[in-house]
Design a protein around this ligand. Sequence first.
Ligand code: ADP
Ligand code: MG
Length: 748
Amino acid sequence: MSAPAPSASRDLLDRPLQFMKGVGPKRAELLERLLLKTVRDLLYFFPSAHKDRASVTPIDRLRLGQEANVRAQIVDMTSRRVAPGREIVIATLQDESGCIDGVWWNPYVADKLPPMAWAFFSGKITKNKRGLRELSNADFEILTSGEADDEEVAAASSAGPASPSFGRIVPIYSLRPKQRRPDGTEPPEVRLSQAFIRRLVWRALEDGAAAGLKDDLPEGLRKGRELLALPEAVRRYHFPESSAEVEQARRRLAFEELFVLSLGVALRREEVAKHEAARRLPLTPAIQQRIDARLPFQLTPAQARAFREIAADLEGARPMNRLLQGDVGCGKTAVALSAMLLAVAHGAQAVLLAPTEVLAEQHLRTFSKLLEGSRVRIGILRGGAAAAERRAFLAELEAGAIHIAVGTHALLEPDIRFKDLALAVVDEQHKFGVEQRRTLRAKGKAPHVLVMTATPIPRSLSLTLYGDLDLSIIDALPPGRGEVVTKLVKEADRAKVYKLIISEARAGHSSYVVLPRIEGDGVAAAEASDTKKPTSKKAPKGLWSEVKGVEEEVKRLREHLPTLRILDLHGRMPSEDKDRILRMLREGKADVLVSTQVIEVGIDLPSATVMLIENAERFGLSSLHQLRGRIGRGGLKGWCLVFGAPTTDGGKDRLKAFASTNDGFQIAEADFRLRGPGQFFGTEQSGLPELTVADLLRDQRLLQEARDDAFALVRQDPELVAAPHAALKRRVGEVFLKDERLGRVDVG
Ligand code: ADP
Ligand code: MG
């Protein structure tokens, strides 16, 4: 009758930790900082790593630097004062093979080491001043009392203790609270010991708490993938008997996380498929001919393939839901325009959403030029449009007089209505969220949706973030792309860099100089910058004191390079000013454009050959790559020159990775590796739920399996209404509702 009844163990799960043995109000409060309130929380508090304390090394075989486990008797002990107020404890530890000193920089340890007792020790082998090896600041657990007879000692040593901390693979828990402090800094570790948490988990498991955990994975699916039952997986993940068990347990727990995530993705995809039928837009030879006549070049094979895939979707009754992915400069715009012209040829409307005004204006200009003399009408909605202008735009759009609408977020507002929207294109999708896609969708009767991104993403991310989209890839650049050389340059080379800018200007080419902010540190107004300054007032010197700003840099460069025509551009300018400046540059009336990151997205200026980036350590890897993509567009050789003083290893690795490859996909993989999936797209729209066990880089295979199973389940039960799926449906709701950037998933 030892196994508790399921209901009893379920009650156990809800028990507050405060009432467990060894937990008083004070420790309960510390546990709460780790969000641990009940026994259930504790079971789900998974180790961040494991340490092998299973095998013991005989003392005579200990090596310097080794993390060693020793089983020994405490045969002698002394304390010594090494400095005023500093006392160390030295114990002589002896096993069958020899002796070693155990040293602790903590006088209180003395009381816990009974003379002649046997104990487990786990710590690092170091060398003392006299060159002798010692075991320093080891964790330990007493096995026998000091008076134990031979028989007791033998028993304690051979059977191995039933101990959470020794003689086995032991769990290591992260004791740092997840919530950041109000000022954004990381909180310190909670002052609880690993041994304490281990004992607590151990006790909960011994009480049979895990048996009460309900398994949400359908049994058939679990068996099919050979996954452990949940209670077993939880038990083994905390206290595995072997490293194979760690992996088994981890695989099961990670699978569940990825499965719930993939279910959300599958449901979102289903949601689109459930929409009413889309308008069919077949590509006839006549329409194809009209489109071809408008483009000044032939689509590359890669572009043509993408367009064929899109056209096949547009012909169907199921609304298109497709991602067009391709490196900077691969020519996504031409493909998007072709698709929009196809919609317009059928008498319908299309819309193109861009993340910035500058980019929207550029698209307008490109399209206007290509469509000169045709009957296709393009309209733009500017963010700062005057009321009358806006009203006129709305009226024309609603009447169907505008065939292709271009604009920014402003197009998402509720009063923007179309007569007959059949195709919505989102440029630079990574700057938008899932919700915005949904809003666009609601502006027509089941419109087709094409989203584009120049940020190539690792496969694991495309399966999750964009997992509900079909994928088209443009994997080659159009002909006539110039070679771009990337160089990390030193301050000493500054004169050479400016010489290059001057000689390029003489050849009629232009240069970009990009800075992290509008105003540098010389100017007080912190809130006036494009990127945020640290909130803390005592920012470390060197890190913040030399960040350059556009305003000072323009002045400095004009003094320094008096023969050049230098302009500046940044996000806070009125859009007429931005327009005027870009026009001057295009018309060859300026040589250098000093700007913030606003030019990162999409700017297409064929004469630009130099991209000079200041304070590059302050830019993300993908931003740097986007910036580099702005040059070498007109078939001219380009230089991407990077000044940067990275203060962290991560920063150094980032710049090194940037200089080492020009391949967007490799850049993305490196970025993903260096920053982790959460920050891959910048914290604002990472769009990923938190994964505690699964690791998107490491678990790509598992993700594919979880995704296959999730999609199969949704095909079989599209609303997850069958009783065994109820719990899963709730879980999906929790994950996808917790973070609204993910977008709501309709779980009824
Ligand atoms: P992105 O994919 O980064 O948005 P763009 O659409 O801005 O790239 O295209 C980059 C440049 O390549 C533009 O100047 C465009 O005119 C040119 N381009 C696109 N397709 C072709 C092609 N098939 N042949 C020649 N040039 C092309
Ligand atoms: Mg583009």
